[in-house]
Design a protein around this ligand. Structure first.
Ligand code: SAH
Ligand code: SF4
Ligand code: F3S
Length: 466
């Protein structure tokens, strides 16, 4: 059962925030939240920070010196998991020196019993262990740690809740990521997300629109709508909008100039949505549409519920409607039982579609998923060889896709100084390409700027303001 958290319960949390603020009075407390994983985890961390600020903490510079450290974990692949154990271990000595330090571990990995048990047993100095469903109760948990100096553990597995009214901070004033739904019902056989994030549940459209309209007053121009499968937005709500309607409603807000969304599941992308994408120029010309594998037997074993042909048809329809759209995707190499021949079906799909960018993963077995129990006869080295072959092909495709940008001009939203070269600034096109550019007139972060592309790299573009 999906539960909407009542205003009353949210107000109780506000009382806890006040109490913690009093405890921290006159002490200069700093906090650091370290985030792993996807945009969903980022938005959870934004909520943790907002609550911490209300409780008298300031953002610290690093984990080693902060009074409070939280690791917001991800469990989608093994390397994300391994990293966390190492990181938490390094805090042991810090905590010994400063017994007042508060350490928390939260997020998706903590919804997996083997992992939360390991954190509890191996790291007795961790004060708080909590999962994805109780973020809104963070003030209460922290209050308990500070006043009673006892460990708080809250990792129950539930279908999931929706908590509105939890404070949140936004990184930038001109662009924001807004979750429109939580959880996932798809149970792709390799994936742990349905277990860590619970069932699919949509926020009411009025809450989403209110949030956006409030941010617009601060200058918001670009919004990214978040969900594991945004195409099924609203299916669980009676008398509310579907995803296409929600997009249209957001495009009606005059101050909003750009709308993006991730992630789309191919099986739920409707003709109605394609129509809306064609109609509204504010919807950015980029679409992330994970295909995962190019072979029908593998797709079936993955429980993706579309075929290679369905996927290619969908790509055709989208490109017919929005010809200059940039397509990106996710792909897994080495799913259990995938043969080398089947891998070549993935490679041929990549060559056929020619994605602008691809997020490539080697299959990683996850506890609790169906695929983890499947026979997996191929060695890691064999998979790695295929993976590298795929990367090589994709790098070339990316470069060629970028070459089409050379000497053309694009409107970007400036995002400040370039990360690789502080002499330059950077911004993104509607197709979500980063252009590092030379400034020729006054520019402030968040401005629309017209830029001509003067040089092309495999993964980015270089340009000049015109
Ligand atoms: N909801 C999104 C994806 C979320 S996870 C979607 O369905 O598209 C992001 C990506 O991680 C997935 O698209 C998949 O390519 C990859 N992934 C998930 N589980 C994995 C696993 N066990 N091993 C390797 N890659 C995995
Ligand atoms: Fe995982 Fe599949 Fe759900 Fe995406 S749609 S989160 S890959 S189960
Ligand atoms: Fe995201 Fe990782 Fe959780 S990808 S939903 S943070 S398992």
């Amino acid at each position: 059962m999906i539960e909407f958290i009542s205003d009353e319960l949210i107000n109780t949390q506000k009382e806890y925030m006040k109490s913690v603020r009093l405890i921290n009075q006159d002490k200069k407390r700093t906090a650091v939240v370290v985030t792993y994983g996807c945009a969903q985890n980022e938005t959870d961390s934004d909520k943790l920070y907002a609550m911490l600020f209300e409780m008298g903490y300031q953002k610290g510079t690093d984990e080693k010196t902060a009074d409070l450290v939280i690791y917001n974990t991800c469990s989608v692949r093994e390397n994300a998991e391994v990293k966390v154990y190492g990181k938490v271990g390094t805090l042991k000595a810090k905590k010994k020196k400063n017994p007042d330090m508060v350490i928390g571990v939260c997020g998706c990995l903590m919804q997996q019993p083997h992992a939360s048990e390991r954190i509890k047993k191996t790291f007795p100095f961790v004060d708080m262990v909590f999962g994805t469903h109780v973020i809104h109760e963070f003030p209460k948990m922290l209050h308990q740690v500070l006043t009673q100096r006892e460990r708080v553990i809250s990792v129950d597995s539930v279908d999931g809740v929706i908590a509105e009214g939890v404070p949140v901070v936004y990184d930038k004033w001109y662009k924001a990521s807004i979750p429109i739904m939580y959880g996932c019902n798809n149970f792709c056989t390799y994936c742990v997300v349905p277990y860590t994030r619970g069932r699919e549940r949509s926020r009411h459209s009025r809450d989403i629109l209110t949030e956006i309209n409030t941010l617009v007053q601060g200058g918001l121009k670009e919004v990214t709508l978040l969900g594991q499968n945004v195409n099924s937005y609203g299916k669980d709500l009676e008398n509310d909008m579907d995803f296409a309607d929600l997009l249209s409603a957001i495009c009606e807000i005059p101050e909003i100039k750009r709308v993006r969304f991730v992630t789309s599941h191919p099986k739920d992308l409707t003709d109605k949505l394609i129509g809306v994408m064609k109609e509204h120029k504010k919807i950015c010309n980029s679409l992330h549409l994970p295909f995962q594998a190019g072979n029908n037997r593998v797709l079936k074993e993955m429980n993706r519920r579309y075929t290679r042909e369905d996927y290619l048809n969908l790509v055709r329809k989208i490109r017919d409607a929005v010809p200059d759209i940039a397509l990106t995707s996710d792909v897994i190499v080495g799913f259990p039982g995938e043969t080398e021949e089947e891998f070549y079906d993935t490679l041929s799909l990549i060559k056929e579609v020619r994605f602008d960018n691809l997020f490539t993963f080697i299959y990683s077995p996850r506890k609790g998923t169906k695929a983890a129990l499947m026979d997996d006869p191929r060695t890691y080295e064999e998979k790695l060889k295929n993976f590298n072959e795929l990367l090589e092909v994709q790098t070339e495709i990316c470069r060629e896709a970028n070459e089409a940008y050379l000497n053309n001009t694009y409107e970007i939203i400036d995002e400040g100084l370039s990360k690789n070269n502080p002499q330059m600034r950077q911004g993104r096109t509607t197709t979500n390409k980063v252009i590092n550019y030379k400034q020729n007139a006054a520019v402030s972060e968040g401005d629309f700027v017209t830029v001509r592309v003067t040089e092309v790299m495999s993964w980015s573009l270089v340009g000049e303001q015109v």
